[in-house]
Ligand binder design. Structure first.
Ligand SMILES: C[S@@+](CC[C@H](N)C(=O)[O-])C[C@H]1O[C@@H](n2cnc3c(N)ncnc32)[C@H](O)[C@@H]1O
Length: 294
């Protein structure tokens, strides 16, 4: 059944929402109601409150077509965030493009771990230097700058399109004066020391990409996913260059990845993990704080 056929010719907003949700449920999508609400709201240009207050309003034929077009894209497994072009991360809206990963909620664990380190030294009011290696939409760097009013930072990426998106996000969030973006291989063009280095690098083993959900496999950029034959290529590069980016007081916070394998890379790079990994809301080891070996 097509998305248009599933909708009455002139349904109310509430009815259209229910029909789209039902379509998504039949497709086995994980969050059919939420997806339907977000896409109907986006098609109509309404926020959450307006969607509720206008629930009984009858849609025009053009509005039905607009909803059906977005529903068809979601049925083809395009993620909602890509369809609407924006994803919330750390309470901030991040614009996306085809070259940026959709920031994941679990990546907020990296922000939490970095802020914990800052708070332990009462550093929120200090002029900290922050680096985000593989910045994508700028999510990690800009989330940190939003919490650290005197901090400045660099985001790096190999993708000029991703860097353009990150720059736009910095402007939209009022953080552009403190955020710089540059094209290079992780930290290769940066001059340390930084107080905090964060990275959520590509970490899917090459052969595992084929078995990812289509939302990720088809729509996330390959450069953001592919961690090489064993998923560790980026960690090898980042840990081997960490020495020039860190001082004895500073930290590198890595999103994981494979905990044990990454821990085994640390000694050869002159690094040591501080404490155990930090877990995300699903209880998965998600972030590791690392520093220079004394
Ligand atoms: C998993 S994504 C993370 C994006 C963003 N930091 C986030 O958490 O949403 C990895 C990012 O690293 C970038 N990347 C891949 N290889 C890179 C390299 N050699 N040097 C710099 N960035 C790289 C990708 O383009 C992508 O933006």
């Amino acid at each position: 059944m097509t998305a248009t056929a599933a909708l009455d010719p002139r349904p109310s907003i509430a009815r259209a929402r229910r029909a789209v949700a039902q379509l998504f449920r039949r497709e086995g999508l994980a969050t059919p109601e939420l997806d339907a609400r977000l896409l109907v709201a986006h098609a109509l240009g309404l926020d959450h409150a307006a969607l509720a207050s206008q629930a009984a309003r009858t849609l025009t034929a053009a509005e039905v077509d607009a909803i059906a077009a977005l529903a068809a894209r979601r049925r083809a497994r395009e993620p909602v965030a890509r369809i609407i072009g924006v994803k919330e991360f750390w309470g901030l809206d991040f614009k996306l493009n085809a070259a940026t990963l959709v920031p994941r909620p679990e990546t907020e664990t990296v922000v939490e771990a970095a802020l914990d380190v800052v708070d332990r030294s009462h550093g929120r009011g200090r002029a900290l230097r922050v680096a985000d290696l593989g910045t994508g939409s700028g999510a990690l760097l800009l989330a940190l700058l939003s919490e650290l009013p005197l901090a400045r930072g660099f985001g790096t990426d190999l993708s000029p399109e991703a860097l353009g998106c990150a720059r736009d996000n910095a402007v939209a969030l009022g953080l552009a004066a403190r955020a710089s973006f540059l094209a290079c291989d992780f930290g290769s063009a940066l001059e340390g020391p930084f107080d905090i280095v964060v990275s959520n690098p590509p970490y899917v083993a090459h052969d595992d990409i084929a078995s990812l959900a289509p939302e990720v496999r088809v729509f996330d950029p390959r450069l953001a996913l592919d961690g090489g034959p064993d998923g560790l290529d980026a960690y090898r590069t980042i840990t081997m260059t960490a020495r020039k980016l860190l001082s004895p007081e500073s930290v590198l916070v890595l999103e994981l990845g494979q905990l044990g394998a990454i821990e085994r890379l640390l000694p050869a790079a002159g690094l040591v993990a501080i404490g155990g990994p930090r877990h995300d809301l699903l209880g998965i080891a998600r972030a590791l704080v690392v520093k220079l070996l004394p």
